[in-house]
Design a protein. Sequence first.
Length: 285
Amino acid sequence: MQNFFVKSHGLGNDYIVLNQYEISFELTKKAIQKICDVHYGIGSDGILLKVPSFNANFGLRILNPDGSEAEKSGNGLRIFAKYLFDNKFSRDKMFTIETPGGLVRAEIVEEENGKAKTIKVDMGKAIFNSKKIPVDCENEECLDETLNLEYKDYTINCVSVGNPHCVILKDELDEKEIKEFGSQIEHHPMFPNRINVQFAKIISPTQVEILIWERGAGWTLASGSSSCAVASIVAKKGLTEKKLEVKMPGGILKIEIDDLWNLKMTGEVREIASGILSNELIADL
Ligand SMILES: N[C@@H](CCC[C@H](N)C(=O)O)C(=O)O
């Protein structure tokens, strides 16, 4: 077993990719936490594990740095698509990937020196039904509802794009505020599966700026599923058009939404490093 890894990022949202058939250890909660730790491991916003699929060309599991599992990840899917193309698992530029949050179609739209650079992912449908997100809300859709924290209230809007999101519209974005309250919102009893949190500011009918607090990861520089979630909410409220740019601290993603709320996301991915996990790290997992 080689224990080969690749580390890449999508706009500063970084993932380690592993192949289930190329690792000699069990990816337990403790192992995930250690590998994602910046001091004891490689450090990352999560692990992408290549697994077999009967329904798609490839299968993907997405593991958060706290050891929990996510249903979907936008940057994770683009990073995984680059890994598949660059490492010749797929010679086609279009292929399907099965995630626990649904089947997606990925397309390499731009290459650089034979490696994938810009990737488009068909992320599936935005779902606004409270029960399906899930969010404990009396109304069928959780839009403009009040979330009570201990010393603060927020007006929230919830959506699932395969994984659950809570979007809070703001006139001004404050990094300190999302870092202070992100975890409390993520763990609020209204959200039985916890939730990803975004603060969002409308810049124009075609641009929105966001800050992100990710379930199981905390503050991140970018998030693909968060971008899709925010785009769905602001478009549903009629605050923007359905083709828009989402600006994050790490960069910009392009989102397109059709009349049935199907989402397409396009953006760059860059490889950081590849190598072999040390036997000394594996012995401590
Ligand atoms: N960074 C991701 C989202 C990863 C999953 C998330 N932490 C969750 O638990 O749902 C993205 O780019 O979408």
